[in-house]
Write a protein that binds this ligand. Structure first.
Ligand code: SF4
Length: 292
């Protein structure tokens, strides 16, 4: 039984094998919604054969507009022991993935570390996170994780509160991302352009909020020179989001404004093609074919 302080919610909540009383409502047992090669991350993560993506159930942030709400809000998934996860990681590697990605794994950090003690894949390990992390939990991953892939979502306390019940999101995420970059240093790539070590920050542009995007890009530029940004334009209203203004995709003009600012700052990184702004790219979760 766990009294949980793994994320910035600091619930001090009971989590046992079957149930959890914290904000995330997750048990201590790992719940996983999908384990499969995944081709749609950034090129240095997915490469040509994909990253071995482990989609954990639940989320410590639970954004109102999440496009994976069945797993992030409603905790859909199947229980896994560390030994079972280790077996799945081995099967992913046998399928030739370039990396292994642990996606929203924060509530299960101990289970992940136990699985990696049983089998450490011989490819870069990626921690794909909302950015809402404690320094203590990140230090648990120091020397374990090779690549951090954090979101940087909201600038103002008001948007953090409105979208994710986290008015402290900006303060927490910027401290967490600084710790990630401290651990990994600047990105390193192999001869095929795959990231072997580093931190890659993702930012999803939200409709009507280009000013927030620009402020966040400025923070990266001023604080973490050389750390790349993946600028994402895929926002679509999901999960019956009821926040005023978030009921539409971003416009080409909004995208252009933020992209031009990123270019003006000369930030290294990636921009996303328009074609990915579709629910067609949401993977299938929780079915037999969802697991290697
Ligand atoms: S992981 Fe879940 S229970 Fe633990 S502190 Fe975060 S929200 Fe609370």
């Amino acid at each position: 039984m766990l009294t949980c302080t793994l994320c910035p919610r600091q619930c001090h909540a009971r989590r046992d094998d079957a149930a959890g009383q914290g904000f995330c409502r997750l048990p201590e047992t790992m719940l996983i919604a999908r384990i499969a090669p995944h081709l749609w991350e950034e090129p240095p993560i997915s490469g040509s054969r994909g990253t071995g993506a482990v989609f954990f159930s639940g989320c410590t942030l639970r954004c109102a507009y999440c496009q994976n709400a069945d797993i992030s809000h409603r905790n859909q998934g199947r229980p896994f022991t560390p030994a079972q996860l280790a077996d799945s990681l081995r099967r992913l590697v046998e399928q030739g993935v370039h990396s292994v990605s642990f996606i929203t794994a924060t509530p299960y950090v101990e289970g992940v570390v136990q699985a990696l003690a049983l089998y450490r894949p011989p490819v870069p390990l990626v921690w794909n996170t909302s950015g809402y992390e404690t320094i203590d939990t990140l230090r648990r991953l120091d020397g374990v994780i090779d690549v951090y892939l954090p979101d940087l979502k909201h600038y103002t306390p008001g948007m953090g509160r409105l979208c994710a019940q986290a008015a402290d999101y900006y303060d927490v995420a910027t401290a967490a991302i600084s710790e990630m970059a401290r651990q990994t240093g600047l990105p390193q790539y192999d001869e095929n352009g795959l990231m072997t070590r580093g931190t890659l920050i993702r930012h999803l542009i939200l409709p009507g909020l280009t000013g927030e995007s620009i402020a966040l890009l400025n923070w990266v530029h001023d604080t973490l020179p050389g750390v790349p940004v993946s600028l994402m334009r895929q926002y679509i209203p999901c999960n019956n989001v009821a926040i005023p203004g978030l009921d539409r995709p971003i416009t080409p003009r909004e995208y252009k404004r933020v992209r031009q600012h990123m270019l003006m700052l000369n930030l290294p990184g990636f921009v996303q093609e328009k074609a990915s702004a579709s629910t067609d790219f949401v993977p299938v979760f929780g079915q037999d074919e969802s697991y290697v």
